[in-house]
Design a protein around this ligand. Sequence first.
Ligand code: FES
Ligand SMILES: [Fe+2]
Length: 456
Amino acid sequence: MANGLSPGQARAPGPTYQEIIQRDSSQPPAPFLEYSYEFLGDADIPYRHYTSREYAAEEFEKLWPRVWQMACREEHIPEAGDYHVYDIGHLSAIVTRTESGTIKAFYNACMHRGTALKPADTSGWCQDFRCPFHGWTYSLDGELIDLPEDWDFPHVDSESHRLRELKVGIWGGFVFINFDADAESLEEFLGVLPDHFKEFGIENRYIESHLCKRLPVNWKAAEEAFMEAYHVKETHAGGAEYSEPITTYDIFPDNVNRFIHTVGAPNPRMPEQPSEDELMQQLWGRRATAQGEIPEVPEGKTARDCYAEVVKKQLGAQYDQDFSSYSTAQTLDSIEYFLFPNFFIFPGLSLPMAYRFRPDPEDPDYSYFDLYMLRPKHPENTPPPPPEPRHLDVDDSYTLETGLGFLGEIYDQDTSNMAAQTRGFKACARGAQTLGNYQECRIRHLHSRVADYLED
Ligand code: FES
Ligand SMILES: [Fe+2]
C-alpha cells in the first residue's frame, strides 16, 4: 500500500503502547519501554507447513530433537526420586531429582530392549528406574545397578548401558530439556528473557491450575492464535468498545518475541474519545465478580490506574499478599513472551499464565495445549503441590474450568477459529496465507525459525 513508508514501518493510528504506559501513575518495568521490531519479509506462507505429513515429519526429525523445551516446573519434582515424563512426538524424557538434589533427564527407554521405563505423560516417585519387562534397574543417576541373570550378559556393564542423558537447564523455576547433546546452552537460547524477567520473580510462582486441551489445529497455528491482537475486535468483541488493545510487537534474537497490550486504554479509533468513567464501565464488565458499584474515576486520574488499584486489592485479599508495588502495566496488561518453539510466559499479575504447545505425533491437524495459571507464592506459607492436569478434549469447553473466569469463553472463541482454519487450509484456492507486517510479525518469526532448523 502506498503510504510512503517502507514495509513494516506503518503503525496503527493513535498512541503507541509505550506512550500509553508512560501516562500511568506508576513507572512501568524498563523492558516494557523497549522497541525491537524487525521486518522479516512479506512472502506468503504455504498451508502445507500446517497440513502436510511430510512437513510434520521433518519437524520431528530436525526441529524437536534440537530445541530447548519446558518439561516441567521444579516443584513437580521436589524430592529425590520424584520424576516427570515429558513426551514430544515419539521422543520421551524422564526428568528426575537425584539423591544429591540435582535434576537430570534421561531418554525414557530401557537400554536392554527399549521398553519405555515410565508411561507417557506421567509423574510419580520411585527409588530407582526398574524396567517392567525383564527388570533391568537404573539408579536415579542413570547407572545400571541391577541386571537380572547377568551371567548371560558378559558384554554389558554398569557404564556401557547407563541410561542416555539429556541436557537440562533451569530458568525461572522451569525445567528445560534438550535432546541434542551439542545444543547451545539454555542461557544462550533464552536470549533476553532472563534480563527482561529480572524483576518479575517467575521462580517465586506456583501452579494454581493446569489444563491440557487437545486442539483441532496444527501446533503452529495454535500458537499463532495467541500471537496477535489483530483478531480481538472480530473474535472476542462484545459491548461498547470504548477501549481496545493497543499493542507493541517485538522480536528479539533469536528465539524470543513478545506482545504487550493495554487493558483499559481509550480506543483511538472512536470518533469521540471515551470518558474515563466510560472506560471504567468497560473494565468493570471484565471482572469475574462484576458486582458492586462501579467506582467513579476521580478528576485527574485514569480508569486504568483506578482499576489497577481495585485489582491489586482484590487479588491481595484473595491471595493474602501485598501487591501494591506492582505497576499499572504489570497489573493489568496482557504481557506475553514467547520462547521458540513452544513456550509462552506471562509475567503480569492479573493474567499470570504459561502456555506450552505440542504437536500430535500422528496427525498434523491436532495439537496439545498446556495452560498453567502461575500465582505469586505467599512469602511465608508453603504453596500447594502442583495440581494434576485437567484434560479437555477438542469439544470440551474451557468454561468447565471455573478458575479461568472470563477467559474460558475467550479461549473457546479461539478454538472455533482453529477448527475453521484447519478446514480452510485445505479448501483455500490460494494455498498460502498473507500476514500483516507488524501485527503478525511474531507468526512470521515463528515460521522463519522453524525454517532455520528444517533447512539446516
Ligand atoms: S527391555 Fe528393559 S529389561 Fe528388558
Ligand atoms: Fe484470542
